[in-house]
Structures are given as C-alpha cells and as structure tokens.
Ligand binder design. Structure first.
Ligand SMILES: [Zn+2]
Length: 132
C-alpha cells in the first residue's frame, strides 16, 4: 500500500468515527502529543453539553513527519470519561459511556473495515500503530 493511500484511508475512517461514534478525530493536529491532548480535552469540555463527544483519536505533526519517512503512523486515542471525587461548581465532568479500550476497539474496527494493517495490544497505554 502507498503512503498516500493509507493516509486517505485513515482520513476516511476518521470521518466515520466523527459521524457514527461522536469522536473528535484530527489529522496532523498540533505540534506534539501534549499540545494536541490539551487542546482536544479543552474543546471537548467547552462544548460538552452541546456535543457530548465520547472519545478522540488523532495524530500530530511529528507523527505526520515520521509517517512520510517511515510509512508507520501512531494514533493517540482515549475516552472523555473523567472520574473525579470532587468537582467544582463551574467544572464540567465528562462522562463518556465508553472506556479507553472501547474507543480503541472502535478505531480498530473502522480501520480493519478499510483493509488497514493495525498493530495494537489492546492496552490503553499503547498507541495504535498502522503501517503501509
Ligand atoms: Zn507541542
């Protein structure tokens, strides 16, 4: 599979995940994992009562660069599910019905359906690896 073809399949899977699963799905998003993660959580929180996003998946700009070099892409993902003991009055606690693992499985299925080769051990702590 060509890199461009794989990238297009990822974009297509992201489109489905946005529509069918209420995920935030972003490609080539922000400079690095900590900026991307911060921004995605903030935007989910800000729009929570309107949009009730359930999870997220993205790759960031460093991943994009690595991908064009190596043909391997790493996807970060997670669930907007917060378990806090104490919540401030003006704080939003997001409660996705999905666990992180559920989110990973949804991503896996969307990719498998498109014939994308996926490596993932099913652990929340590991990013999903796809390769040409
Ligand atoms: Zn950054």
């Amino acid at each position: 599979m060509e890199k461009q073809e794989l990238r297009n399949l990822l974009l297509d899977a992201f489109k489905e995940l946005r529509k069918e699963e209420k995920f935030i799905a972003r490609a080539n998003f922000m400079c690095c994992q900590s900026c991307a993660s911060y921004d995605i959580w903030e935007s989910a929180r800000k729009n929570y009562f309107k949009s009730r996003k359930r999870g997220y998946v993205y790759w960031h700009r460093q991943d994009e660069d690595d991908f064009w070099r190596s043909g391997t892409m790493f996807l970060a993902y997670g669930s907007f599910n917060e378990e806090k003991d104490e919540v401030e009055d003006d704080e939003v606690q997001m409660k996705s019905p999905l666990s992180c693992k559920d989110v990973g499985v949804k991503i896996l299925l969307a990719l498998a359906k498109r014939g994308v080769r996926v490596e993932w051990n099913g652990e929340d702590s590991q990013r999903i690896r796809v390769a040409v």
